[in-house]
Design a protein around this ligand. Sequence first.
Ligand SMILES: *Cc1c(COP(=O)(O)O)cnc(C)c1O
Length: 227
Amino acid sequence: MSVKDNIEQVRKRVEKAALSANRDPNEISIVAVSKNIAPSKILEAIDAGITIVGENRVQELIKKYDIINKNISWHMIGSLQTNKVKYIIDKVDLIHSLDRISLARELNKRAGAIGRKIQTLIQVNMSRESTKSGIYEEDLISFIEELVDYPNIEVKGLMTIGPNTHDTDTVRECFSRFRCLLEDLRSRQIDHIDMQYLSMGMTNDYEIAIEEGSNMIRIGRGIFMDK
Ligand SMILES: *Cc1c(COP(=O)(O)O)cnc(C)c1O
């Protein structure tokens, strides 16, 4: 299977999952996760219609950004060290992994320095696994309230990584609660936050995520792995 075939298959499965939940497949963005993937393969994905590429390491992102040099969106999806913000602030359109105030402060400062606003999702650790980053759901409101102090940050939604299990009921329950959390924040109409994106679902669980309301899935192996 080529990258193009893989993407076609992902699109079909996205469509099926969306329709089964009475949703419009077009409202679901696919982020092609290109960590450890060579630029030539990423270009194949772009040729097949991919418009958003996600990286989880700053070093890789800036290297590939220069090589690929296409009119696409780059997303930072992995843990972001504060001292590396300056390398990507002018390159990425969305950061999925805002998880602490020190990072917000640095993003705000670096965005301000180049006269832009930076769009972010807040990463939430729904499964509370110690190996995952993200803030806990009970801390979300106070975290969002603190972000008022950082006017160059635009919160556009939430991101989570599904629980590390093959038990689909557990995965579904987690995604469902996450969606409720987003709806709750929407209904509070907090100033200057706009809960547009729910970034959840990866290769192993994106269909469940879509059925539970995801509108941004992050697919690595499902697109780039040879099958
Ligand atoms: C690697 C990664 C993905 C993609 O994972 P796959 O299982 O390869 O689809 C998605 N999100 C994050 C944060 C990742 O690090």
